[in-house]
Design a protein. Structure first.
Length: 171
């Protein structure tokens, strides 16, 4: 895998991205794909199912209005993936890297749908070339392959500045 993403200038910013190549998915059974997806997202999936069960029970007993559930469900499941960054290591300059999620399209294959949050505030420059992240910093980031390359908003060390860095998938 190459770390050079200088061709990002040619990639469009369209929100719709084609799926993974058929060669990756065709040689796995549907049950295996579901299991691997469950392993990646089990914490958020279990929390979502628990909350859905509570709201469904309230609606069934008519303790809340049923017609408002669809709006609540859209808001709740709109950003279904969220995970704290772990194992952050320095890259060079102002850059740091951390392992990213598996089986999510990155900037290497198209346009990543991940947003990097610093204390629940989105960093402002996604899809940035890695050289710019290392050289300029200031909240630039890139989801490349299975890694997240990023810099903090004030160019401090994310392992020591006391802030929480999370990934969220936009829909």
């Amino acid at each position: 895998m190459t770390d050079d993403n200088t061709e990002m200038a040619r990639v469009s910013e369209h929100p719709f991205v084609s799926g993974a190549p058929a060669s990756n998915t065709s040689n796995r059974s549907a049950l295996e794909r579901v299991w691997l997806s469950y392993i990646d997202h089990r914490e958020s999936l279990l929390a979502s199912l628990y909350i859905l069960r509570i709201v469904g029970g309230l609606a069934w007993r008519r303790e809340i209005a049923r017609r408002r559930i669809s709006g609540w469900a859209r808001a709740f499941f709109g950003a279904w993936f969220s995970r704290k960054l772990r194992r952050i290591v320095p890259d060079s300059g102002f850059g740091f890297r951390a392992p990213g999620p598996r089986r999510i399209i990155s900037d290497q294959e198209g346009s990543s749908m991940l947003i990097l949050l610093e204390d629940d505030t989105p960093l402002t420059a996604p899809h940035t070339a890695h050289d710019e992240i290392r050289r300029l910093g200031r909240g630039r980031y890139s989801h490349w392959g299975r890694r997240i390359y990023f810099s903090t908003s004030d160019n401090t060390d994310p392992r020591r500045n006391g802030r929480v860095y999370k990934l969220m998938q936009r829909m």
